[in-house]
Design a protein around this ligand. Structure first.
Ligand code: AMP
Length: 577
């Protein structure tokens, strides 16, 4: 059994080097010396994920709860303000607090035990579940030495701050398995959970190694699989793939330039992404975050039952009103994940489904097929089953493309998607195969802090600090603040949500775990020495909360910088509001 201290010391070493090469080496050395189950857990933990991707139950432990528990264990040894003033982040504050309590304890925690405890906490439900979750958490922290406590806290709040991004972790897994990086990156496209990726590669390398304990049921081995020791079959259960992502482009002309004129344009619908698996006569629907939402969308199941073939589709469900007009994205999300009163909601909030891609057909993956070919196959199935697809053209000139875009905006669509005719389907990748061109400049940003309001907004967290993702370090870099765009009801809801994510508070600002993604419209980007990234969004306004996006899917600081560079080439925008 590997000690959790070994894990914590590796994370500590990661945070002390700026070299990407060394980061990959340190991480892969740790994975290599661990048993397969523990390596799977460590791979997740190192990127701040306490549970496997898509796990149905979440831990739901806030930074505030962790702080309170550790304070109790340590006997409130030092005032909070003093600790926060000297700590670089929340994890370090926990470490200082635990150290200040004194006392010597031998490290006894193992990685497997930490994983078991995390899963136990996630599984607690029903009466008094909150108190029981905290009791288990308390037992875990009571066993930890300060350095372990630091990394337990960091994993739980998902903020590692040691420079190991998910991308570098994939490179580390490739090094661990002595496999080409390109091959492992590709495997990661199909298997988004890093732990299962480790299992897959380690078990493929040594077929006699079977995962045991907690990991065994996660490895998706069917009940009738061959006995341990045999070469493991490919998982056969229905498992979502990561959706392909779109990169922003500022205009149709730019999309033509990037894609060399060989593109199709499709309407960009403002709904919620769905991945639909038709398998052995059954239909399974997954959200963009890869949660199964089949039971919330019975009408989609009915429509898709007409397909009658094994296939995986990519599409969008949109909410419509009585007149058949499309409603805002927030209305769609009301239907997602609902377990009760589905029949009533189905009548109250009708939906439409549009299919735009075909990822697999008759058991074969189509990810390597060109978009035009996937689209042709999709069209055939959709026609036969009377399923809708977004309006689309393959423009033969820029003028024709710009006409399509202008019409789309005039009809109230948020923009268009430009798709390279020859592009492959790249799960989880924001490549250049798909470009989104929107009528309004927006970024998806993460709220990292909020200021208490005054005047009419007294008692609400109402001025939000917005951050973009730094793809290299995995950290969030602030690019602006705004209190615009939300209704009073939204402010109340957001205040409660952010308070549950609170890490610390100082001078009227509440710092939170970076979990809430919001779509932010802005007029332009200006240089700003006040922000570390050197850029600030002007006239920022929240357009909506993107509950379908994870923080690691927010726009990157590189995307903000690219938009900044692009606008330098354009005439200065009009000042407004
Ligand atoms: P965004 O959410 O702004 O990153 O834009 C990408 C999203 O647009 C996708 O995840 C889909 O949910 C949505 N979308 C709407 N229409 C289409 C379409 N025709 N093709 C692909 N994605 C679309």
């Amino acid at each position: 059994m590997a000690s959790f201290l070994d894990f914590a010391e590796t994370c500590q070493a990661l945070s002390q080097t700026g070299s990407r090469l060394q980061i990959v080496e340190l991480a892969s050395d740790l994975l290599s010396r661990l048993a397969v189950d523990e390596a799977a857990c460590a791979a997740r933990f190192m990127v701040g994920r306490p549970s496997p991707q898509g796990a149905p139950k979440k831990l739901q432990v806030s930074g505030r709860a962790i702080w309170r528990i550790v304070n109790q264990i340590s006997g409130e040894a030092q005032p909070d303000e003093e600790i926060f003033a000297s700590a670089a982040d929340f994890g370090e504050a926990i470490e200082i607090l635990m150290r200040s309590a004194g006392g010597q304890r031998e490290p006894t925690l193992t990685i497997a035990e930490v994983d078991r405890r995390f899963q136990e906490i996630a599984a607690i439900e029903g009466r008094n579940s909150r108190a029981r979750k905290l009791d288990t958490l308390r037992e875990l922290f009571a066993r930890a030495i300060p350095l372990e406590g630091k990394y337990l806290a960091k994993i739980l709040i998902g903020e590692m701050r040691h420079g190991l991004s998910e991308g570098l972790m994939v490179d580390a897994i490739a090094r661990m398995a002595s496999r080409p990086i390109a091959e492992v990156r590709r495997a990661h496209m199909l298997e988004s959970d890093l732990g299962r990726l480790v299992l897959e590669l380690r078990c493929a390398a040594t077929p006699t190694v079977e995962p045991t304990g907690a990991q065994a049921d996660l490895s998706a081995r069917p009940a009738d699989a061959e006995p341990p020791g045999a070469v493991r079959p490919r998982p056969s259960i229905v498992k979502p793939l990561r959706p392909m992502l779109a990169a922003p482009a500022s205009s149709i002309a730019e999309a033509f330039r990037i894609l060399d004129g060989r593109l199709a344009l499709e309407l960009k619908l403002d709904g919620a992404r769905v991945q639909i698996h038709c398998h052995a006569g059954a239909v399974h629907i997954f959200s963009r975050r890869m949660n199964e939402v089949t039971s919330s969308l019975p009408e989609v199941v009915e429509w898709m039952s007409r397909v009658g073939r094994d296939a995986i589709f990519d599409g969008e469900v949109v909410a419509i009103n009585q007149q058949g007009h499309q409603l805002a994205f927030q209305q769609v999300m009301r239907r997602f994940g609902r377990q009760r009163e589905i029949e009533r909601l189905r009548v109250e909030q009708p939906m439409r489904l549009y299919l735009f891609d075909l990822i697999s057909l008759d058991g074969g993956l189509l990810t390597d097929a060109a978009y035009v070919d996937r689209h042709a196959a999709l069209q055939e199935i959709a026609d036969a089953a009377q399923l809708a697809m977004p309006r689309r053209i393959v423009p033969d000139s820029l003028t024709q493309g710009e006409g399509f875009y202008a019409r789309a905006l005039a009809e109230g669509y948020e923009g268009v998607m430009a798709k390279a005719l020859a592009s492959r389907y790249t799960p989880g990748v924001r490549g250049r195969g798909w470009l989104k061109i929107k009528g309004v400049n927006t970024f998806d940003l993460v709220i990292v802090a909020a200021d208490w309001g005054y005047g009419r907004r007294h008692g609400w967290l109402s001025n939000y600090h917005l951050a973009a993702r730094d793809e290299q370090s995995g950290e969030f870099v602030e690019v602006g603040k705004t209190f615009k765009g939300l209704s009073d009801a939204d402010f109340i809801e957001m205040t409660a949500r952010l308070q549950a994510l609170k890490i610390r508070e100082a001078g009227g600002t509440v710092y939170v775990r970076p979990e809430v993604v919001v779509e932010v419209a802005y007029s332009d980007i200006q240089r700003s020495p006040r922000y570390i990234g050197g850029m600030a969004l002007r006239f920022a306004r929240i357009v909506g909360v993107r509950s379908d996006k994870r923080p690691d899917e927010a726009d990157s600081i590189a995307a903000v910088a690219a938009a900044f560079d692009r606008q330098i080439l354009k005439p200065a925008p009009r000042a407004e509001g």
